[in-house]
Design a protein around this ligand. Structure first.
Ligand code: AMP
Length: 330
């Protein structure tokens, strides 16, 4: 078998352009040289999601997105995280090799604490232990299958480093049991900006969803925040959010023309937003058709995920068995 490339996405909102450029696309491109393992991270979503119907619906949306964007379930192993009962057990074992200080410094938890402190609240107010434990669950996701590489966006870099630390701590005690993975972070993409210029993120509500109805997608693009310069005013393309998004979708020639319009005057934000919306709709036209058909056939999605879970478990079982054996649990 080829070395494994593994990555997942939380079903906490509709997949967006940042997910596509930072994760789906690079992950799917690795399929020639790696055995792809892609999953819907529903246990992770439970740190924030409280409505069961919404969570179930988003699992289907995220699964349909993967398939619509080109995941071939015959080639890749595609599954739902919670269908793998080995995961919670392995998470516990790994947590016993994770220094608590490492988790204190994990950015999702640290950001939540910092926000509480800034508001004069108790540092841990409103923070569930699942959020604190998130990096251990993620380490289990990666290490349970012996993954060699993990394609992710820049925001996940620290979590990969924590996973490596955990694997190394385990291996220091028991020998070379776990594969220490490498993160693959797209240099050209790193962090896709959202409508307001901050990282495009479901939690900031600043996303361009890939599969939103056409009208809604156009409306979102029109909401991209720009300054108050007039079309004839020269502008700096590099510091402009709209330009930064255009560069992911316009052809190199057209991008150069737009760059000239920014520098010399002549770039009208409204027209360029319309152009960006058209480019996005064109880029995803085929995927959007596939998505609509898939989301109407949930039985098919269930079948694909069930088959994927069986394949994933076949890889997971011997690795968990080894971890149990070396630790003396077995
Ligand atoms: P999440 O939506 O947090 O489950 O993230 C799923 C994947 O998409 C992760 O690999 C993230 O690093 C990646 N990702 C999310 N937002 C962005 C963004 N704005 N730019 C680049 N990658 C992103």
């Amino acid at each position: 078998m080829k070395p494994i490339a593994l990555t997942g996405i939380k079903p906490t909102g509709n997949p967006h352009i940042g997910n596509y450029l930072g994760m789906y696309r690079p992950a799917l491109e690795l399929m020639d040289n790696y055995q792809g393992m892609y999953f819907v991270a529903d246990y992770h979503a439970l740190t924030t999601m409280r409505d069961p119907q919404t969570l179930r619906g988003l699992v289907y949306e995220v699964a349909a997105s993967w398939l619509a964007l080109g995941l071939d379930p015959e080639k890749a192993i595609f599954f739902r995280q919670s269908d793998i009962p080995e995961i919670p057990e392995f998470t516990w074992i790994l947590s016993c090799f994770t220094s608590k200080g490492l988790l204190n410094r994990a950015h999702a938890y640290k950001d939540a604490v910092d926000e509480n402190l800034a508001n004069n609240h108790d540092p841990d107010e409103g923070i569930n232990a699942g959020l604190f434990y998130y990096p251990v669950l993620m380490a289990a996701d990666i290490l349970l299958y012996g993954s060699a590489v993990v394609p992710v966006g820049l925001d996940q870099k620290q979590h990969i480093e924590i996973t490596r630390d955990i694997a190394e701590a385990f291996n220091r005690t028991y020998g070379d049991v776990l594969t220490v993975p490498e993160g693959i972070i797209q240099d050209s993409v790193k962090k896709v900006p959202g409508l307001d210029g901050r990282k495009m993120s479901k939690s900031y509500g600043n996303v361009i969803p890939i599969f939103a109805p056409e009208k809604q997608l156009r409306k979102q693009v029109m909401r991209i925040v720009t300054d108050s310069k007039r079309p004839e005013d020269p502008k700096d393309p590099e510091s402009d959010n709209l330009f930064n998004l255009l560069q992911f979708f316009a052809s190199p020639e057209r991008l150069e023309e737009i760059r000239q319009l920014y520098t010399n005057g002549g770039a009208a934000y409204g027209d360029l937003k319309k152009e960006l919306a058209a480019l996005i709709l064109e880029e995803f036209a085929e995927a959007r058709r596939k998505f609509d058909a898939l989301i109407a056939d949930k039985a098919y999605i269930d079948q694909v995920l069930d088959e994927g879970a069986e394949k994933a478990r076949a890889i997971a079982r011997p690795i968990l068995a080894k971890a149990r054996k070396v630790t003396g649990i077995d």
